[in-house]
Write a protein that binds this ligand. Sequence first.
Ligand SMILES: [Zn+2]
Length: 342
Amino acid sequence: MALQQQRGSPTTRSSVGSVTTLSNLLRMLYSRARDYPRNQPLLYAESFSPNTPEGACPRCHGLGRVYDVTERSMVPDDSLTIRERGVAAWPTAWHGQNLREILVTLGYDVDPPWRELPAKDRNWILFTEEQPVVPVYPGFNAQEVRRALERKMEPGYHGIFSSARRNVLHTFANTQGPLMKRRVSQYMVSSECPLCHGKRLRREALSVKFAGFDIAEISGFPLSRLAGILRPYAKGTAAAMTAHHPEKATVVQRITADMNARITVMPDLGLGYLSLDRGTPTLSSGELQRLRLATQVRSNLFGVVYVLDEPSRRAPSRRHRGAPGSARSIKELQEFAVCGGT
Ligand SMILES: [Zn+2]
């Protein structure tokens, strides 16, 4: 089972913590072993994950950032008219034309430069939540449409208006197509979530501290620092532990010892600077490869030497098999990882 020199397909939410399963342990630690105020209800491990409904900040849905639109983001060039597609955020082709025809029926002038339209009209066109259904006379100019409406002429069809904001946000939330999502996202602006301040979790979860830190803070520390924080708990020497119930102290010790055993190999592989919240898509292929290696090592698949960057070579090679966990094997792994991992 050779490691492959490829990125695989990490999902956008995949992180150092999820790949190594350290985040699972950390959430367990926070739910079981926190120094929580007595009057607070018990929180389960899922409550500490921004990817679950129990944990996600209700404002940003666990993204840490909020997305919205502005006049500037949707109308990048306000010297253009509506007919010239000044409202760039609107759909292209037929649907865009349909929206323009609806505006003509509603009595809006689609020919002056956007910036010359009254503010009230610009606001309605961009931001209204109303969705009027109106008769559309395709190809008619403003005057012909007025006359047709007066004479109650049979329209070509009835169209439903939706504002540019509605279009962008609805498409962004509902489209299954990545290209469409990318197209509308260029008309959105993002800012830090005002509720969780980018920490992605509910307030209840963030109020739980371990060693004085909330789970978002501790997930942002380099692994080498995290190991230092956990060490006294893993050894059972942390002063705070004596205050715990003995059973709880045992749980804390087990979880932190397990975590530290997994983390220890990281600095050996030159990964001590990574944090749990680091997204795997931002890692180089070498870093990702070493990270996977570190995870495999801990998953008791040890005893097999992974040959990196040498696909033609027969791997695993029995000649290179070391005793599980031996210092020599770690060193070998390190050497292989270093030559393969840049
Ligand atoms: Zn939030």
